[in-house]
Design a binder for this molecule. Sequence first.
Ligand SMILES: O=C(NCCCOCn1ccc2cnccc21)c1cc(-c2ccc(F)cc2)cc(O)c1O
Ligand SMILES: [Mg+2]
Length: 214
Amino acid sequence: TQSTRPQRILGAVQQNATRGDPRSVVRAIDQYCRNQEWAMNVGDEKGCILDSVVSEVNPATVLELGTYCGYSTVRIASLLPPHAKLITLEFNPEFAVIARQVIAWAGLEDKIQLVEGASGDLIPKMKEQFGVETFDLVFLDHWKDRYLPDTKLMEECGLLRKGSVLLADNVICPGTPEYLEFVRSSPRYESQYFKSHLEYTKVEDGLEKSVFLG
Ligand SMILES: O=C(NCCCOCn1ccc2cnccc21)c1cc(-c2ccc(F)cc2)cc(O)c1O
Ligand SMILES: [Mg+2]
């Protein structure tokens, strides 16, 4: 029976990455997706921008919306201080099955909690079910038309504090026009655009970093 793209990405990790070495997992996925078949990981170029923001924020609590195969999950978690926690939400059960194995290969299970379901349902349960107060960093990489409603929902649920950083992937391609308009015009956010390219291509894309001002 035909394998799926996520299954082939997991295979590339198991064949080319060293167990317990997150950076080798990241490298193996980038090499596979650049040389064999494209996949919607944040990728190496935007990944460097992601790394710099994670290192600058040095977050104790991270929320990732959109796990896919766990590439950015592993990339972020590999930079977190001890005892820091990353919660990642994935809607697609098949992606979740693969991501759990990629996260395990990287040896980062203790820092990462993968939760399956829709952000609109799970965000209101964050405090009671996952013991979260507020998030220091949120990486938005899920359905592009959910970035704005979920940002408003996180505000309403008291999950953002003065200084919380939102980092959004794909603000140009596929694009998140309503989200961009909101964070760039709202007095409650200080936004900055990091120009880059769509993963593994020459197409323009970028990350938008928005600091919640409270
Ligand atoms: O679509 C993309 N990502 C989203 C996946 C579904 O996410 C669904 N999803 C994941 C948690 C979650 C929680 N609640 C609801 C939905 C939830 C995505 C797409 C492209 C892309 C660019 C050019 C193309 F020609 C084709 C595709 C690039 C990216 O970097 C992306 O991230
Ligand atoms: Mg993306």
